[in-house]
Design a protein around this ligand. Sequence first.
Ligand code: GLA
Length: 720
Amino acid sequence: MAIRWLPDTRVWILETNHSAYALGIHPEGWLQHLYWGSRLVDPGDYPEPGHEYRGSSFDVGLQPEEYPAWGGTRFGDPCLKVAYADGCRDLRLEVRGHEIAADGHHLAIHLADPHAPYGLEVTLHYGLVPAEDIVVRHAEIANGGGAPVDLETALSAAWNLPPGAYELWHLSGAWGAETQVQRQPLAGPGEVLLESRYGHTSHAANPFFALSPVGETGETAGRVWFGALAWSGNWRIGVRTTNDWTLVAGGVHDFDFRWRLDPGEVWRTPAFVGGFCQNGLGGMSRRLHRYQRRHVLPAAPTPFRPVLYNSWEATYFNVTQEGQAALADRAAEIGVELFVVDDGWFGTRDHDRRGLGDWTPNPAKFPLGLGPLAEHVERRGMRFGLWVEPEMVNPDSDLYRANPDWVFHFPHRPRSEHRHQLVLNFAREDVRTHIFGVLDRLLASHAVSFVKWDHNRPWTEPGWPAAPAERQREVWVRHVLGLYEVLDRLRAAHPAVTFESCAGGGGRVDLGILARTDQVWASDNTDAYDRLRIQEGFTLAYAPRTMMSWVTHSPTWANGRQLSLEYRFHVSMAGGLGIGDDITKWSDEEMSRAAGLVAQYKDIRPLVQAGDLHRIQSPRASDITALAYVAEDRSEAVLFVYRHRTGPMHPHTRTSAWVRLPGLDPDARYQVEGERVRLYHGGDLGALRPVSGTALAEVGLDVGGLNGDYASRVLRVRRA
Ligand code: GLA
C-alpha cells in the first residue's frame, strides 16, 4: 500500500488497503486525473494519460484535470486563478518534477508557469492514509518571481469522479437543527454549491460531501466517494456535473477573496480529505471516525472524554459562587468528572448586552476570584472548566471602549450587531497578542483544565481599515489562521487543558477546528428526540467521541417535549455525555437513577468513544432508531434502541422492537446482557444462551421493555 511512479507511462498510482487513485502527465504536459475507485489487481489495468473528450469547436475544456488552473481552454470551476502584476490573468501550469517520501505515503508534484519571470510555482501534496482508504490533499502556491501575484481563487483540490450519474449526500440545517442528512440526486448538468459565507463554518451547511451512484448505495453497502475540508472559515465545495462527468472542487471560498502573494511568499491551502469505499455510508463514516481519532484530533490528557456538567441551561447569566458550588456538589454525587461554568462569570455580564471581552471574574459574583470555586470543584474530585467567547466583544465593554478599532468594520458604515456583539479582528496581531495573554493568564491562575470556546454570530462588514488596500480581503482567511494560531499556542502552553468548539451549537464543526479542539457542542437544541437526527448527521462525517450531548430539562425549552430521564440519558450516552439541567431540583430518586446512568456510561464509554459506529435504523426512516458501537477487536458492543411512538400494531410490537446487530465477528458467540431480549421469534437471551455474530446480524434481536412513546434501551453485548 503505497505510492508508485510508473516512468514509462508517466503515471502515479496511490494505493490504500481497498482503494486506488491514479493521475498522470498528459502528452501536452498537463496533469491528468485518471482513476479513483477500488484497487485494481494489475498496475497495467489503470488508465493511461492521453485520452480526452473532443468534439466540435464548442466541446472543449472537458479535460479531467487534477488541479485546473484558469487560463487557456477552461470553463469550469478553476482550483487556481491568479492575476499577474502586468495584467495577465492566463495561468498555465506544467509538470516539473515530483518526490515520493521514503515511507511511500506522501507525494509532492511540482508544477510551474512556463513563463519563468512570473516565477509561479505550485506544489500538490498527497498524503496517504492506507488503513482508512483516505487521501489528504493540499496545495502550496509560491511566488518565486520578482513582482506580486494576486490569488483570486486558490482551492485545496478537485476530485474527479468516474463517469456516471450520482446522488449527493450532504449535511445542512440551521441553528438548533444542525447536520440534517440531505440526499439529493444530481439530476443533470449544473452545479450544486455547498458553502459558507458567514465567516465561520456555519450551521446551514457543513464542509463535507459524499457521492454515490444513483440508487446503489445505502448505509451498509454500495460505493461512495466522500470528502471533508479542514477549514473553519468561508468555504466552498462545488459539485459540477457536465454530461456524465462530475467534478468536486473545494477549499477556502473565493467569494470576496483576494490574497496578495509578494515575491518569496507561499500560500498553503487547507487540507481537503477524500476517500472511497464500497461499504456504503456506514463504511465511509467508520473510516472518517478512525481517521479523526488517529490522525486529526489532538492528543488529549485523558484517554476518554470525561462526563461533564455545564451550567448554561441551569443558571443562564445568573451565575454566583454559591449557586455554582451547589450545582457542583450535586454533579459530584452523580459521578460527573468535569464541572463547567458557562456564560455569565466575567466582567459585567448579567445579560447578553454587556461584558463580552472583559475576561476577569465578576467581583460581585466571585469576590475572591474563581479560585475558591475551582478548589471546591477539585475537592469533589472533578476538574474545572470555563466558557469563553474570545473572538467577540459587546460594545458595552471595557475592551471595546479602549479599542474600538479592533473589530471588523468599514469606514463610514454602521457596525451590525447580532446578540449585541461585534467580531474582533483576529487578523490583527495586537488582538491576538491581547487575547492570548488574557487566556494564558486565566488558564495559569485558576486551575482551569477545560475551555469551551464559543462564537455566537456570523461576520458582517468584514473591513480591516488598518491593512493596505490590496490586502483587505485577506481578513476572511487571516482571522481563521489567527484563531488557529491562538488555539495552538494555548494548547502548547497548557497541554493539560482540553478545548470544546462551539458556535451557538454546531456552527463550527470541521476537520480544521477538530485538529485543535477535543470535542464540539453539536447543537443548542437539547431536545433528545430532535437530537437523534442531529446526531445521525453529525456522525455521518465526525467522530462520536467529539459529539457532546447534554441531558437537560424536560419539558425542554426547545419545543416543550416531555421525555423520561432514561430516554434523555440514552440519547446523550451515544456521544460524549454531559448534564445541563438544574440538578439542585432533581429528587433523590432522580439523582440515584442519574448516578446509575452515569456509571453505565462510564462502563460503555470506551465503546462509544473508540469503537466503530453502525447506524442500524435511521430516525428519518421509522418509529425506531437503533445504533451500535462495536469494539475495534469485535470483542464487545453496545446497542442503543429508541422507540419514538407506539402505533396500532400487533400487541407484541407495542412493547418491543426488532433490530439487527451488524458488525460483530460472524463466527464468534456473544452474550446479550439484559432482560426481555430474545433472538427474533426465539428464546430469551438475557444471560441465557450465547449466539453467533451471524445470528445477531441476520436473525436480529427482539428487544422488549419498550413501553409507550419515547422508550429506549441500552444493551451490552460481550463475546462469550
Ligand atoms: C451559545 C452556546 C450555548 C451557551 C451560550 C452562552 O449559544 O451554544 O451553549 O454557551 O452561547 O451565551
